[in-house]
Every structure is written in structure tokens, then in C-alpha cells.
Design a protein around this ligand. Structure first.
Ligand code: ZN
Length: 154
């Protein structure tokens, strides 16, 4: 991709916007043993016909054979994470905020205080960023509801 833009984005500004990004509570995941099969994942079935008994051992229908249920704690565990249902706009494109965190990680690793947007054409095409000598290509996300784009730069 050609370098057609030279739009500087300050890493500290990006960090501030990430810090101000909406956050949600984190919950602990818990594994609960299926009480129908006691965690074995299979159960015995019996069937009688014309005085003859039939038996078979099959996947537990309650837990679908997994033996456990994954449940999420009712109480938040005190940690917070970014609300990944919300988006971050750069220029004309909208990104999953996870991509922005990755971009910041690259900038931090390279000890750069600036990220340059060097190629962006349409909102549905990849954007090319340059951090020092490293080029980072980010794919935008489809976002039909612009009210979910809660932060943006450039
Ligand atoms: Zn079960």
C-alpha cells in the first residue's frame, strides 16, 4: 500500500481516550458439574418392549455429554475491561477497540510517542499505520450503529 496520508496521532492522546473508554465489569467463570450425570457426561438409558429390556449408554441429554456447565459468577470480580461492544473511530473508519489496544502496544514496544496514519481510503478497507519503521495494517469493523462509536481521533 502506498503512503498517501501523513496524519499524526499522538500516543498520549490515544492512551487518554482508551482510559476514558467505557468499561464493563468482569465476571469469574465457574465450572459446575452436571448433576444429572455427576460429571461423567454419559448416562444409562433403559427401554422395555415385549418383556425384553434394552439398555444403552449415551451422552447425557442434560449437559450434551460435556459433564459440566460453564457458568458466570453473579457478582463481578472487581476487575474492569473495556467494553468490546463499543468502537473506536480513526479517520473515516471504525475499529474494534481491541485493535487500538494492539496499536498502542506496538507503539509502546517501539517507544514511539506518535502513530502515523499513512493509508486510508474507504471505511470498509484496511488502514495502514506507521510506527517508527513498523507498518501496521488494521482491518476496520462493520458498524451499523454509529452511536456505538464512542471515541475517535484524526
Ligand atoms: Zn450431564
Amino acid at each position: 500500500m502506498d503512503f498517501i496520508l501523513d496524519k499524526k496521532i499522538s500516543v498520549s492522546e490515544l492512551k487518554e481516550k482508551i482510559n476514558a473508554f467505557p468499561k464493563v465489569d468482569c465476571f469469574d467463570e465457574q465450572e459446575k458439574e452436571c448433576d444429572a450425570c455427576s460429571g461423567y457426561g454419559d448416562v444409562d438409558f433403559e427401554f422395555s418392549h415385549n418383556g425384553k429390556d434394552y439398555e444403552s449408554n449415551q451422552d447425557c441429554p442434560v449437559c450434551d455429554g460435556s459433564g459440566v456447565f460453564n457458568t458466570v459468577s453473579k457478582q463481578p470480580n472487581g476487575k474492569k475491561e473495556l467494553d468490546y461492544n463499543k468502537f473506536f473511530g480513526i479517520g473515516n473508519s471504525v475499529f474494534n477497540v481491541l485493535r487500538i489496544e494492539e496499536l498502542l502496544q506496538v507503539a509502546e514496544t517501539l517507544k514511539s510517542d506518535e502513530i502515523t496514519l499513512v493509508n486510508q481510503t474507504q471505511a470498509n478497507k484496511a488502514s495502514l499505520f506507521k510506527i517508527k519503521e513498523v507498518e501496521v495494517l488494521l482491518m476496520p469493523t462493520i458498524c451499523n450503529d454509529l452511536s456505538n462509536v464512542v471515541q475517535n481521533v484524526a
